[in-house]
Structure formats: structure tokens, C-alpha cells
Design a protein around this ligand. Structure first.
Ligand code: SAH
Length: 339
């Protein structure tokens, strides 16, 4: 795999194989997760991330429960059937309780005998009990990227108290609680090697991950890692596409996201990501007034839903509405029934 990642030859063939594997296993449907970035407060200080707690230049916001529920209604009315609630790292019990109440209310916005909205969470590292509270409230998917499976590299971009060990423990807790577990990495981090990327793929497979969200690392000017610039040995765009394709080939029935970061660094990133095997897109529902403040990296892209749908149709894929589009692999792995 290292050679496939490293070499420029057979790039098209790799992408074609991935597309073939995807069409055979999952058809041409692309599922939507309405992304609600409900707060940019963050208790951690990741060296690469624009919403890190030490970025004092950033104005912080937190949507109210009513605002979030309104957005969930919009998602439901448009047939998304799933939303993803994302924020900076939350730490207080009060915030966990807020989220648990919110999840219950979102579950109740749909009529009693209809399919309720699927809820994906992406709010970072929490305790087992906190993950349990949120699972019991009705969340059923969780995204927590490992960022890199190279422990030394992980340690160099996450100051204490964060640790690789803790991140892994969180992923295992989520698995134990029967969440559909999503992880992923950033591609093109300074000092990252092709060996690291190949190991990331093995990590996904060995862990038995249900969902993947991976994207290019994009420097953010107000972060310490920006000083190191980009990785001169790796083109983050093509490497991300290769990572998507290889992930799809080795894990044919998991859900894979065409990330916003991929769409940010290339105007055709959406199409390329889908054709490389991604079957999930997360249209941003965050209100325009605060969207710019959820600045994980510079110049984050935003594509209105109509445009997204047209672009997906133009490459002969279809948006899957009114259906959850859960990871088939999750049901295989757990033996649970796909309702
Ligand atoms: N706090 C939550 C969610 C917010 S960050 C969490 O950590 O899970 C979501 C993802 O954005 C991170 O996992 C990281 O992979 C990505 N990200 C952050 N900064 C980035 C950057 N500069 N370039 C590309 N991706 C970035």
C-alpha cells in the first residue's frame, strides 16, 4: 500500500477500482448528514485547529436549543433523515446534559410512527458514562478522528492532557456502547510519511471502523502548526483521494465521507471524493451569521444544498433522501438488525 500511496502511476486505475467496488457494494446513492456546528467553544488546544482554546482572536458562539431544533426541522423537511452535531471539545457535565436533552427533543420532532432523525455526534473526547448518556438519549453515530495512527506524530500535534492512549480508549468506549463508530485522519500533516498513511489504513481495518471521515490538512494562520507550513513530500489532495480509494477497496461496506476539507482545497473535491468511493456528504446547516466562526482551517468551503444535489446528479450519483443510510458494516459487525 505504501507504494500505491507514494507513486503517481496507476492513479486513475486506483480511483476506477474504488468506484467499481463502491458501486458493486453500495450502489450509487449518496446519503446526507446535515451538519450543525452548534458551538465553537473548545476546551482543548490542538496545534492545527483554528478553534483551539488559545485562539483568543476568535469570537465564540453557541447556538441555543431552539436554534438547533429549528435546523433539525429544516433537515427533516428536506428529507436528510440524519444530522450531525459538531462542536469544539466539550468538557462540562452541564454541556453533556444540554446535549442529551437536545438529542431527546430532536428525536421527538418526527411523528410517532415515522423514522426519527439519525443523530451523529462529533464533540470530542468524553468519559464512558458521558458517551453512554448521549447514546441512551438517542445518538447512534459518533465521529472521533484518530487524526494519525502514528503515536509520536499524534503527540507532537496535541499538547497534554491529550494523549494517543486516551483517544484510543474513547474509540473503544464508543464501540462498546454500540455506536456506529467513525474515525479518520488528516492527510499531509508536516512530517507525516506514506508509511504513516498506510498504517492509518491498517488501523481502520484492524479496529473494525464503521465510518471514515478523512481529509487534507489545511494550515490555519492562527495556529502553532501553521509555522511548519505544508508537507513538502506529499500532495495532500491526491494523497487524500488515494486514501479514500484504498479505504473503499479494503473496507467495501463502510460509510465514507467526502469531507469539506477536500472540497475546500479543490473546486471539484466533492465529485472527486464521491468517485473515489465516498458515499456520505455533510451539507453545512450552520447559520450564515456564525458559519465563518467555525473556522477549523482557512477558507472553509460552503456549497448550498441545491448546488450539491445538482453536482451529485451530474456525475450520475443519486441523493438518498428519507432514509438513514447507516453503515452496512456496522450491522455485519454487531449482528444487530438494520431497521
Ligand atoms: N472537537 C471535535 C470536532 C471538531 S474538529 C473533535 O475533535 O472531534 C473536527 C475535525 O476537523 C478534527 O477531527 C480534525 O481532523 C479536523 N481539522 C481540524 N483542524 C484542521 C485543519 N487545520 N485542517 C484540516 N482538518 C482539520
Amino acid at each position: 500500500m505504501v507504494n500505491v500511496l507514494k507513486e503517481a502511476t496507476n492513479f486513475t486505475q486506483l480511483l476506477n477500482t474504488a468506484e467499481q467496488v463502491r458501486l458493486e457494494n453500495l450502489g450509487n446513492i449518496v446519503y446526507l448528514r446535515g451538519l450543525i456546528e452548534f458551538s465553537n467553544y473548545c476546551s482543548q488546544d490542538c496545534y492545527y485547529c483554528g478553534i483551539r482554546k488559545s485562539n483568543h482572536r476568535l469570537k465564540r458562539y453557541h447556538l441555543t436549543k431552539e436554534e438547533i431544533i429549528n435546523l433539525a426541522h429544516i433537515a427533516y423537511k428536506n428529507g436528510y433523515q440524519s444530522i450531525a452535531l459538531q462542536a469544539g471539545e466539550i468538557s462540562s457535565e452541564k454541556e453533556v446534559n444540554f446535549l442529551a436533552d437536545l438529542i431527546k427533543e430532536i428525536k421527538d420532532i418526527t411523528p410517532p410512527d415515522s423514522l426519527s432523525l439519525g443523530i451523529t455526534l462529533s464533540t470530542g473526547e468524553l468519559s464512558y458514562q458521558q458517551y453512554k448518556k448521549l447514546r441512551d438519549a438517542g445518538a447512534h453515530r459518533y465521529l472521533l478522528r484518530i487524526e494519525t495512527s502514528n503515536e509520536d506524530l499524534f503527540t507532537s500535534i496535541h499538547p497534554p492532557p491529550q494523549s494517543f492512549k486516551k483517544r484510543l480508549e474513547c474509540l473503544y468506549a464508543l464501540k462498546d456502547l454500540d455506536y456506529q463508530v467513525g474515525t479518520g485522519v488528516m492527510v499531509g500533516l508536516p512530517q507525516q510519511t506514506y508509511e504513516d498513511l498506510a498504517n492509518d489504513l491498517l488501523f481502520f481495518q484492524e479496529f473494525g471502523i464503521d465510518m471514515i471521515g478523512l481529509g487534507p490538512y489545511i494550515p490555519h494562520a492562527a495556529t502553532p502548526l501553521a509555522i511548519k507550513g505544508v508537507n513538502e513530500n506529499m500532495d495532500s489532495y491526491t494523497s487524500t483521494l488515494k486514501m479514500l480509494a484504498l479505504t473503499r477497496i479494503i473496507m467495501p461496506d463502510i460509510n465514507i465521507v467526502a469531507s469539506t476539507a477536500l472540497q475546500t482545497i479543490n473546486p471539484l473535491g466533492l465529485e472527486a471524493g464521491i468517485k473515489a468511493g465516498a458515499n456520505i456528504v455533510m451539507p453545512v446547516l450552520t447559520p450564515e451569521a456564525v458559519r465563518g466562526k467555525y473556522s477549523l482551517y482557512n477558507n472553509k468551503s460552503y456549497t448550498p444544498l441545491i448546488e450539491l444535489a445538482n453536482r451529485i446528479a451530474n456525475i450520475n450519483y443519486e441523493v438518498g433522501l428519507w432514509t438513514l443510510g447507516d453503515s452496512p458494516y456496522y450491522f455485519f459487525r454487531t449482528g444487530l438488525q438494520n431497521t
